[in-house]
Structure formats: C-alpha cells, structure tokens
Ligand binder design. Structure first.
Ligand SMILES: NC(=O)C1=CN([C@@H]2O[C@H](COP(=O)(O)OP(=O)(O)OC[C@H]3O[C@@H](n4cnc5c(N)ncnc54)[C@H](O)[C@@H]3O)[C@@H](O)[C@H]2O)C=CC1
Ligand SMILES: O=C(O)[C@@H]1CCC=N1
Length: 255
C-alpha cells in the first residue's frame, strides 16, 4: 500500500484525506505536517503527525496543500529526493514547483472539495515523471474522483469552474432554500429539498445524454410555472451574473 504525506492540513488536505480513508487507505499510511492542526488530526483520525522532512522520508506521494503564497517559505529547507510531489496550490505552475522544490518529480493539480466523497474532478499537468511516480500519481488521483489532463494555460478557467464551482453551487442551494423559506417552507425542509434537487439534477443531467439547456425544456411544461421562472432568470441576466463571477475568479491573482 502506498504511503501518502500531506504538508498543510486545511480544508483541501482534509477533504483529500477523507477521500483516501473512504477508499480504505489505512490511517497509518497517511502522514500530516502543519504548524497547528496536524496533532489534532492525528488524534482524531489515526493518521501520523510528522515534521515535514520526516514526512517526506516516510511517504511515496507528498501532497503540498498549504496556501500558494507559502510555497517558498515551506519548501525552502526541505529535500524531496525523488519522491513524487503533488501540488494543489492554485496558480502555481509546474516550472515554479520544480524551481521551488528542486525536483522534476512534480505534478500540478487542481482538485475540488468533492474529493472528500470520491466525487471530485481534478486537473493535472506534470513534468517528466519516472514510470513509478507516474503510476503512483494515477493510483493516488483515481481514488479521489475524475482526473483530467489540462494544459496549464487553462488551469485558471478550470479552477474557477471546478475548484471554486462547489462554492457557487452551495451559494445557489442557499439562495434556492432561502427563496423557499420566503414562500412559506420551513428552513429545514427548504434546505433539504434544495440540496436533494441539485444533487438529483446533476446526476440526471450526467446520465441523460442531453445538454443542460435541453434538460431545462424537459422540466418546463408548455405554458407552465417553470417557463415563467426561466423567463424571469433570463430577464435578470442570470447567465451574465454567473459569467461575471467566473471572470472575477479567473482574473484573481493568487500569490
Ligand atoms: N479549498 C478548496 O476547495 C481548494 C483549495 N485548493 C488549494 O489548496 C490549498 C489549501 O487551501 P485550503 O485548504 O482551502 O486553505 P486552508 O486555509 O483551509 O488551509 C491552509 C493550510 O496551510 C497549512 N499551513 C500554513 N502554514 C504552514 C506551514 N508553514 N507549513 C505547513 N503547512 C502550513 C495549514 O495546515 C492550513 O490549515 C491552497 O493552495 C489552495 O489553492 C485548490 C483547489 C480547491
Ligand atoms: O479559493 C481558492 O483560491 C481555491 C482555488 C479553487 C478553490 N479554492
């Protein structure tokens, strides 16, 4: 069984660790390193808390999961040897990773929070990996959901749609639920039905073989209430509002 090490133990690292544990990776095969939460995670999840250099020695795959602007400060004194280094740092290129870590055995990835339930979608771009590290990366990333090779020039757009996307979906669910409450539903019921409606709709769309646009017409009965709502969304420039937010996300400079 491969051994995984996480440097940085925030939301993304914890989501990835949950995904690995759900795929029956043993807690003892996962090591974590961070200034504040590593010991707590070790206590609660049974993973091992180690200083970063010891973590590298103990791991086959080392995941960099701290904030992008911490890269130089965190890896400065570390020797990665020929270990596979997987970065989730948004906006940090393969060249920057190679320069900072001193190894070519790096993969730039951009996962999303849904890796926690093995339903993520992760983009990757890599330097030239050894065959063993290539296999190790595939085995690691396949456990977390779908994995797609993406040109580095497209990472910012991928990050906005897939990486930030769950936040925007949660925002939509929240707005849908609040609107339900305004129209007489209890908060609990409104949240439950908004959540299940989005989950079911995404699953139905994925298996339907139809476009998201065409699927709208399967809901909107001729002359019915859904058409009235869709027309109102169009009048309120819903697509333009979403496009504007995605542009703000893409244009954000990380480090
Ligand atoms: N949260 C998300 O959905 C996604 C996050 N990412 C990337 O994941 C990375 C982490 O982001 P989040 O988990 O959201 O942030 P976070 O704020 O939850 O976690 C950041 C973590 O950095 C760690 N850290 C701080 N100083 C450190 C040090 N000196 N040594 C080691 N670790 C240190 C801490 O464990 C802290 O919890 C970022 O680079 C971000 O771009 C990428 C895709 C999606
Ligand atoms: O908010 C961020 O910067 C990261 C990148 C994509 C999702 N979270």
């Amino acid at each position: 069984m491969a051994k995984y090490g996480f440097i940085g133990t925030g939301n993304m690292a914890q989501a990835m660790i949950k995904g690995l544990l759900a795929r029956q990776v043993a807690p003892a095969d996962i090591a974590v390193s961070s200034p504040h939460t590593a010991a707590k995670l070790a206590q609660e999840w049974g993973v091992k808390a180690l200083p970063a250099q010891q973590l590298i020695q103990a791991s086959d795959v080392v995941v960099l999961a701290f904030l992008p602007n911490q890269l130089a400060a965190v890896v400065n004194t570390l020797d990665f040897g020929d270990k596979l280094v997987v970065s989730v740092l948004a906006g940090i290129t393969v060249d920057q990773l190679v320069a900072a870590t001193g190894t070519t055995q790096v993969v730039r990835t951009l996962p999303n929070i849904n890796v926690a339930i093995n339903q993520g979608i992760t983009a990757y771009a890599k330097a030239s990996l050894t065959a063993a590290n290539d296999t190790a990366f595939q085995a690691f990333s396949d456990q977390l959901g779908q994995v797609v090779a993406v040109p580095e020039a497209e990472f910012a757009a991928f990050s906005a749609v897939a990486g930030s996307g769950p936040a925007y979906v949660f925002k939509f669910i929240d707005a849908l639920a609040k609107a339900g409450v305004e129209n007489g539903l209890s908060a609990e019921l409104a949240t439950a039905i908004a959540t299940q409606t989005v989950a079911g709709s995404a699953q139905l769309l994925a298996v339907s073989g139809q476009s998201a646009q065409a699927m709208q017409d399967t809901v909107a009965s001729p002359g019915g209430s859904t058409r009235a709502g869709l027309d109102d969304l169009a009048q309120q420039q819903f697509d333009a509002v979403v496009a504007h937010a995605i542009k703000a996300t893409v244009n954000h400079k990380h480090a």
